[in-house]
Write a protein that binds this ligand. Sequence first.
Ligand code: NAD
Length: 295
Amino acid sequence: MKIGFVGVGNMGGPMARNLLKAGHTVAAFDLSKASVDAVVADGATAAASAVAAVDGADVVVTMLPAGEHVASVYLGDDGLIARSGTGALLIDCSTIDVETARTVAAAAGEAGREMLDAPVSGGVGGAEGGTLTFMVGGSEEAFSRGKPLFDVMGKTVVHAGPSGNGQVAKCCNNMLLGISMVALGEAFTLAERLGLDAQTLFDISSKSSGMNWAMMNHLPVAGPVPTSAANRDFKPGFATDMMLKDLRLAQKAAIAGGVSTPLGAEAAALYAMFSNAGNGGLDYSAIIKMIAGKG
Ligand code: NAD
């Protein structure tokens, strides 16, 4: 397939590379020339603009920082909706707010284009290894068309329902993860202060009712879990600022939907404090330092 790829940064770059490896052609555009050069070295062609990248494309993939970038790239007379071919499938893989995802998809629908919101989890490692999880919102037909490409870039692909539902899944999942990490920070700090070492608490809790995914994979103390960022001075991994972005997207959705999410709000506030203290580049599990009064 002929793919126009806009936004080939830390995530989009390796995703585009996997599409190339699978035999697709990729025309890439990014505001950063260095990012485009990196995928051109692996067989993509450089496009002079976003509109040029989607010229004649069967599928358009975007991987951009936030909702405002997605809206500005897709909407308007010179946007990707207006300038892509009528048969083109539009796929936005960025993590953005639900409202913008639904607005852009509705505009695509009005212009006779099929569009999917398809945010991912799995990070840069998942993008490189082609093992991302895709949570996809859009019509059944559009999902079936996009599925072979998701299978190239990812391992788990779930159709979450109509437009915007991919973003709903993403922000709800990451709100759970953020709250879980704060809870882990509190429990492991309390245990330490009361004289119970982290390994012993882990041995007990990992087999008890307090066990959760974050504990088993991203435990915020060094030692018991080899994949923890705590073992490498909290080098990310999944950066605090990324978690903060996702928690704020969940809060935006909660406010728009009139839903009360007090623990999600608290987690967002704690991550904002931690980021504002200069820790935005640390792994999100480093929040335990602030809870313990050490950072
Ligand atoms: P990134 O900053 O590395 O890449 C984004 C790219 O978009 C940049 O290269 C930037 O130059 C480009 N860009 C911005 N505006 C543009 C425009 N108007 N036209 C063309 N290019 C433009 O960010 P990333 O880490 O690749 O993240 C991309 C998205 O994936 C974000 O929404 C992020 O939340 C999400 N995400 C990231 C991770 C991760 O671990 N990095 C994990 C899951 C989801």
